[in-house]
Design a protein around this ligand. Sequence first.
Ligand code: ZN
Length: 230
Amino acid sequence: MTIEELTLEIYAERALTYFNSKHLVTWAVNILTLGYESNNLYILAGLDNASTEEREIYFWKSIVDLKLNIEKSEEDLMENYALNIAKKAIRKEVSIEYAFSQMLKIVFGSGYDYRYMAFYEIDEDLDYLKYDNSPLFNNGLTLENSKEFILEEMKIFVQMESLNIPREQREKCYCETCKNLTSPIMKNKFQLKKPFKYTALACGICGSDKLKYSNNHDVKRRIIEQSKKK
Ligand SMILES: [Zn+2]
């Protein structure tokens, strides 16, 4: 990684909750390894047992020394960071558990941004599964296949982000009757028991209620394929 990439990563991590300031020390070591030098960097690289306050002081001094000028919004930082973490997990450079825990921090740090919600829903479901309940959001997720499931979610996340798929597109359902991706509509339904009249989500094209929802991996892959064609 370049000095800019390393520094953007550390900025993003600082924006997350539960930041461990020891990462600032690792950052300094990495920057020194790239061949950059400054007294403050050397001091920071040696602050293994120092307080967060002390590490922060030398971090900002180092940033000044390095004349780094990085301006990015917190949202961009988080997005870059999330993408990097997911890519690293896919390349097996970090463990799935670590990448997943970072993704969950991003969910909270971003104020539950829709792009990361899938990871939150998986986490909720894993809780349900621990207590012998069935998953609420992700049919097919089990405690046994959770690693592969999360890895698949990371792959989907990277593809959706690199294709810049808008929210409206990501929330489409797949209709099993007419075999189209569709933005669902609310439809009045009738039955011979109470409640006689109720509303349900239905296909916006043919009106069928045989829908697969957008948290299904299969539906997500269809949405990705459709966006590629455009
Ligand atoms: Zn349909």
